[in-house]
Write a protein that binds this ligand. Structure first.
Ligand SMILES: Nc1ncnc2c1ncn2[C@@H]1O[C@H](COP(=O)(O)OP(=O)(O)O)[C@@H](O)[C@H]1O
Ligand SMILES: [Mg+2]
Length: 238
């Protein structure tokens, strides 16, 4: 469904990604792991067209999408929930959510999609008239994901969905990502820094270190990997 090959990305002279790789198949939940500054957000931002790669290719549903602007990718069925959620703080929950259905393909199904999204995220209905900035962090994350779903994506990309959330809230959001896959048939890619949290939820994972994809595989395999332990837990006493 999504293939990223040999992706090089630089901000000016500062190269951040070096031949990064990623693949997501239909119906999969895939995580991108890696320490702070590894280039995870840059990878996702390049896939969605916010950043242009210097080299490499991004193919989504058999179409080249690298170089397409982000609003076109959304039209192609790719939704991206940015790091730190990025809601409009002084718009209501409902207005924030409806902004997700801006692309022409989604707009004509808006009412029907909203109903499905509200069934998954009751907070969207219950708090519809409330200003976004007055919600808790977990509720804001739910609204941000709900907004992404309004684009009727085939693939949902979420940058650090659990960032700053209490464990119970993070668990709820993890379960919702599962339901999005199970009930809506939408594939999911998410970024996470906690290995256990990420690999419990994902089918497969990719590990980025200093801008390179150094490891990938099924979650169970990565959980056992000494390389993963080295990167995330340090060399000490292994
Ligand atoms: N817009 C930007 N301009 C310049 N450098 C950036 C920009 N965005 C990110 N970087 C740099 O690129 C590197 C990777 O950042 P990022 O992709 O955000 O990593 P991660 O999401 O894994 O923490 C970091 O060194 C960061 O400072
Ligand atoms: Mg990031």
């Amino acid at each position: 469904m999504l293939t990223v090959e040999g992706l090089d990305v630089a901000y000016g002279d500062f190269q951040v990604l070096w031949g990064a790789e990623l693949r997501v198949d239909e119906g999969e939940i895939v995580c991108v792991l890696g320490p702070n500054g590894a280039g995870k957000s840059t990878l996702m931002n390049t896939i969605s067209g916010l950043v242009k790669p210097r080299a490499g290719r991004v193919t989504f549903l058999d179409q080249r999408v690298d170089g397409l602007p982000a609003h076109r990718s959304a039209g192609h069925g790719l939704a991206h929930v940015l790091e730190r959620r990025r809601l409009f703080p002084f718009l209501t929950v409902l207005d924030n959510v409806l902004l997700g259905s801006h692309n022409p393909r989604a707009r004509s199904h808006r009412a029907e999609t909203l109903e499905r999204v509200e069934a998954l995220f009751p907070v969207v209905r219950v708090r519809r008239a409330q200003l976004a900035h007055t919600l808790s962090g977990g509720e804001q994350q739910m609204v941000a994901i709900a907004r992404g779903l309004m684009a009727r994506p085939r693939l949902l990309m979420v940058d650090e969905p659990f960032l700053g959330l209490a464990p119970q809230v993070a668990r709820d959001i993890g379960l919702l990502l599962r339901r999005i896959r199970e009930e809506e048939g939408i594939s999911v890619v998410f970024i996470e820094q906690n290995v256990e949290v990420a690999l419990r939820l994902a089918d497969r994972g990719y590990v980025l270190e200093s801008g390179r994809t150094i490891l990938s595989g099924p979650s169970a395999e990565l959980l056992r990997s000494s390389e993963v332990k080295r990167i995330f837990l340090g060399d000490v006493a292994l």
